[in-house]
Design a protein around this ligand. Structure first.
Ligand SMILES: Cc1cc2nc3c(=O)[nH]c(=O)nc-3n(C[C@H](O)[C@H](O)[C@H](O)COP(=O)(O)O)c2cc1C
Length: 182
């Protein structure tokens, strides 16, 4: 795990829920020398995404968005901490991904070339969904990452609904502890 840096992107609409607990447990399994950057996308106040691909060109990023893009590019590993919402990613995680479409069109940023070779991970709580119901969210993220040359680390899933449910499952806790290092 030399030269690794993990960016955790929180996107649940409640703090301290199952997904965040899973992510904190998984992060605790990382070696101490691996830097962790935690970003709560629900508090990042991301602006609406505008599709300017085929008309006016994209202007420079605002300071908070430039900071988020830089934190993204500095990470070797990007962890989406995202509960299953309507068989998809929560809106803040999806909006963050949409902004990649902007960032990759800013020639001075070098976003595309700096993203290639990173690894994406998904940590997701759901409430009793089957593999078929979870697959669209997981595979959509995997494919979006692959589009930018980002490899897939894996998905840590848990069937847990009310906050604290996840902590009741000892198997889930040992899976979380080994998630990044197994
Ligand atoms: C808006 C919303 C949509 C949801 N949609 C689904 C769903 O499609 N499938 C599912 O299994 N659970 C769904 N859930 C349940 C959550 O995934 C579950 O409660 C999870 O534990 C929430 O994660 P958190 O504790 O990290 O916030 C939904 C919850 C909310 C609030």
């Amino acid at each position: 795990m030399t030269d690794r840096r993990f960016l955790f992107l929180l996107s649940s609409a409640r703090s301290g829920g199952n997904t965040e607990s899973m992510a904190r447990a998984a992060a605790a399994g990382l070696p101490a020398h691996v830097p962790q950057d935690w970003c709560d996308l629900t508090k990042a106040a991301l602006p609406a995404f505008e599709d300017l691909r085929h008309g006016a060109s994209y202007g420079p990023l605002s300071a908070p968005m430039a900071d988020l893009a830089e934190r993204t590019m500095q990470a070797s590993d990007i962890v989406f901490v995202a509960p299953l919402y309507w068989y998809g990613l929560p809106a803040p995680a999806k909006l963050y991904l949409d902004h990649w479409s902007h960032w990759m069109r800013l020639p001075d940023l070098g976003f595309k070339s700096r993203m290639a070779g990173k690894r994406a991970w998904l940590i997701m709580a759901h409430a009793g969904s089957s593999e078929v119901e979870i697959a669209p969210a997981r595979e959509g993220l995997r494919l979006a990452a692959a589009y930018l040359g980002i490899g897939w680390g894996g998905a840590l899933l848990a069937d847990a609904n009310a906050p604290g449910d996840w902590q009741k499952d000892p198997k889930g806790q040992s899976a979380a502890a080994q998630f990044f290092t197994a």
